[in-house]
Design a protein around this ligand. Structure first.
Ligand SMILES: *Cc1c(COP(=O)(O)O)cnc(C)c1O
Length: 417
């Protein structure tokens, strides 16, 4: 569990200056973590982390990660345009989409990104409506060959993503017949997984696939993208993945499997989202109301529009009551938002210190799949995003939504914010 990077006093000041609720992102911690990842894979002939933009689609954050050497993993038109605005293109961007509209492929092609094809039929789709890129990458779905899977993505054979092994080989053959010589392979099997062994198994599976492609087709893939899915310790008792140890284990596999097969120059890629920014974001909110009925409720000025994960997945997010860190956790609360939707709870049956109206609550680990996932159901508006800079200053990097934003798609007389 990360400790909040500002003092309670400073946080109170930020609440007064900017108004609650807001997500606060810790730039120094994001940079330090990105450097740890790069360091852990610095042994590889080439390594690239493509930050999964959907986790935190704010160009200011992507710019910080780009400065640390990361690229962008995009899976929609909007995300491609964010990457472009930050100055990313070419091999700095990979486009890993599914059920892809042609406008998105056209944008990805115009930016000369690495395209991870989700299906064999997309070769024809591209040929018919756009063109096939010079480098072709395929997303592999091992199906029942790979035991396990986990609860967010599920079992590979139930997942909509990727090609079967046979389709992947056929896809390479088709592209080769079309004159393509440069290939990559990709997979993404788990999500929010804290067991590093899963990633080693994934690496081993992909390395063996690369060797098979070489043996059967005489094609040496240029890169292997291991996807995202590295978990973070949302609960205080959980342990973060040891990136250095993971790097060492994957290096061993690389040397055992790829090198002897003449694939010792293959570039390794990742598309982590959650692990890159998740632990370094905090949703800061104030207590509006308390009610005591069959349970004790504290109602915040934030709601599931700002953070969906607890409502959507029953996910745990740690909560700190500012100024009461050392008080006994002697009261059982449900911590809610204001949506007319009984799922709108940040915590259920959470033991916390006694809470007063006006207290500031910090919800931890909101830096990935937090603000980004929010919706406008019930006419609720999403919060602003603030960046805590390494020098301690704070900059607003996204304003809060307004009613004018909410009504902007309607053209109805008399409806005004
Ligand atoms: C969501 C996603 C990621 C990032 O997943 P994390 O769990 O945030 O690491 C990477 N690649 C693809 C294709 C995705 O859809």
């Amino acid at each position: 569990m990360n400790s909040i990077p500002v003092s309670g006093e400073r946080l109170g000041e930020l609440c007064r200056v900017f108004g609650t609720p807001f997500h606060l992102y810790d730039e120094a911690a994001i940079r330090a973590n990105a450097r740890r990842l790069m360091q852990a894979f610095s042994w590889a002939p080439a390594f690239k982390e493509y930050f999964a933009v959907k986790a935190l689609p704010n160009p200011y954050i992507l710019q910080i990660l780009a400065e640390e050497g990361c690229g962008a993993d995009c899976s929609s038109l909007a995300e491609l345009l964010i990457a472009k605005a930050v100055g990313l293109g070419g091999a700095e961007v990979c486009f890993t989409s599914n059920d892809t509209p042609i406008e998105e492929y056209r944008q990805a092609l115009a930016m000369q990104t690495i395209i991870n094809l989700d299906d064999i039929t997309h070769i024809d789709y591209l040929l018919q409506y756009a063109h096939l890129p010079e480098i072709v990458s395929f997303r592999y779905n091992p199906g029942p060959l790979r035991k396990g899977g986990n609860e967010i993505i599920g079992y590979p054979e139930q997942a909509k993503y990727g090609l079967t092994g046979a389709q992947l080989l056929e896809g390479i053959a088709i592209c080769r017949d079309l004159g393509r010589t440069r290939f990559g392979i990709h997979t993404m099997i788990v999500s929010n997984e804290l067991n590093a062994d899963y990633f080693c198994e994934t690496a081993e599976m992909m390395f063996r696939l690369a060797v098979r492609i070489k043996k059967i087709m005489g094609v040496s893939v240029e890169f292997i993208n291991l996807g995202g899915g590295l978990g973070i310790p949302y609960r205080p008792e959980e342990q973060a993945i040891d990136l250095e140890a993971l790097g060492v284990k994957i290096r061993t596999l690389y040397e055992q499997i790829l090198k002897p097969a003449g694939l010792g120059k293959v570039m390794l890629c990742m598309e982590s989202g959650r692990m890159m920014t998740g632990p370094y974001g905090y949703l800061v909110s104030r207590v509006l109301h308390q009610k005591n009925t069959y349970k004790n409720y504290v109602g915040l000025d934030a709601c599931m529009a700002d953070l969906m994960r607890p409502a959507l997945y029953g996910a745990y997010h740690h909560i700190t009551v500012i100024g009461k860190e050392d008080m006994p956790m002697d009261t059982l609360y449900d911590v809610t938002g204001s949506l007319c939707e009984n799922n709108d709870k940040f915590a259920i049956d959470r033991q916390l210190p006694h809470i007063d109206t006006g207290d500031i609550l910090v919800i931890h680990d909101t830096g990935a799949h937090g603000h980004a996932m929010g919706f406008n159901y019930n006419g609720k508006l999403r919060s602003k995003e603030l960046l805590l800079r390494p020098d301690g200053s704070v900059k607003q990097i996204r304003r809060a939504e307004t009613l004018a934003d909410y009504f902007a798609t309607l053209d109805y007389p008399g409806l005004e914010a």
